[in-house]
Design a protein around this ligand. Structure first.
Ligand SMILES: C[S@@+](CC[C@H](N)C(=O)[O-])C[C@H]1O[C@@H](n2cnc3c(N)ncnc32)[C@H](O)[C@@H]1O
Length: 239
């Protein structure tokens, strides 16, 4: 069964279960670029990958939702990364959107259209458990673990989906006040276990217990200026 969604008067998706929005009303795309991509310095890091090396850049996200972050990262990857490198985007989701709702949400941004179409072609075939999808002859891989975040993070570790630890983490699971389960110490320990020194993170929340929980796992976190209505967002690096 897919996650129940209501659409507000501006055509933005809203979760019925969590009474929260999937992305910022005025500028979801710009915010995703700002928090997920700039927050992890992805443009500089993708552009700086050594073209003489064949490597994998791994991103782990908590909360796949509409796939907006994935499409934004993929678009940037297309723009900047050398062809010798592969992107592996791993995400967790326990209440997947229907393909129809995902299509409607991503249609808000015409510039994402090519990514949306390719994503949906694969996403439509997902049937729970673990979905492993490959795009552009394997240059971009998406692994979706359709489980509760705690189980999903354990599965990612046990199945060796990210053997060398993530390069970047995107923490995105609705507001901590609406969904504290997604921001528990067990989740912070789970993402820590999938990290290595130098792993960066970004998230839209600067809640004190989130900052403290991540710091307790060894992440050095920094509040940076936010985007749009958000005064601050959080970035971090595992030291
Ligand atoms: C704000 S949305 C994520 C938006 C997403 N990053 C995007 O690009 O559209 C949060 C997502 O986290 C998922 N989620 C919430 N609690 C979860 C849990 N305990 N385990 C797994 N996924 C969860 C929700 O179903 C929702 O899709």
């Amino acid at each position: 069964m897919s996650a129940p969604i209501v659409w507000d008067e501006q055509g933005m998706p809203h979760s019925v279960a969590f009474d929260d929005k999937y992305f910022c009303k005025d500028s979801g795309y710009e915010e995703a670029i700002y928090v997920a991509c700039q927050g992890n310095h992805l443009r500089e890091r993708f552009s700086g990958l050594d073209p003489d090396v064949r490597g994998i850049f791994t991103i782990i996200e908590t909360g796949f939702g509409t796939g907006l972050d994935f499409c934004c990262v993929w678009q940037l990857w297309d723009e900047c990364a050398p062809k010798t490198w592969g992107l592996h985007f791993i995400s967790v989701e326990f209440a997947p959107l229907s393909a129809e709702d995902m299509a409607r949400a991503l249609s808000l941004w015409a510039c994402l259209s090519p990514y949306k179409e390719k994503l949906l072609q694969e996403y439509r075939s997902a049937s729970g458990g673990i979905g492993e999808f490959s795009f552009e002859a394997g240059r971009v891989r998406l692994t979706l673990v359709f489980e509760h975040v705690i189980d999903a993070l354990r599965i990612i570790r046990d199945r060796g989906f990210s053997p060398d630890g993530a390069d970047a983490l995107l923490l995105d699971g609705f507001a901590p006040s609406k969904n504290p389960e997604m921001w528990s110490d067990a989740v912070f320990a789970g993402v820590r276990a999938l990290s290595r020194p130098g792993t960066t993170l970004s998230t839209f929340t600067v809640a004190g217990f989130v900052r403290r929980g991540l710091a307790a796992q060894g992440f050095e976190v920094t509040r940076i200026t936010g985007h749009g209505v958000k005064k601050n967002v959080l970035t971090g690096v595992l030291v």
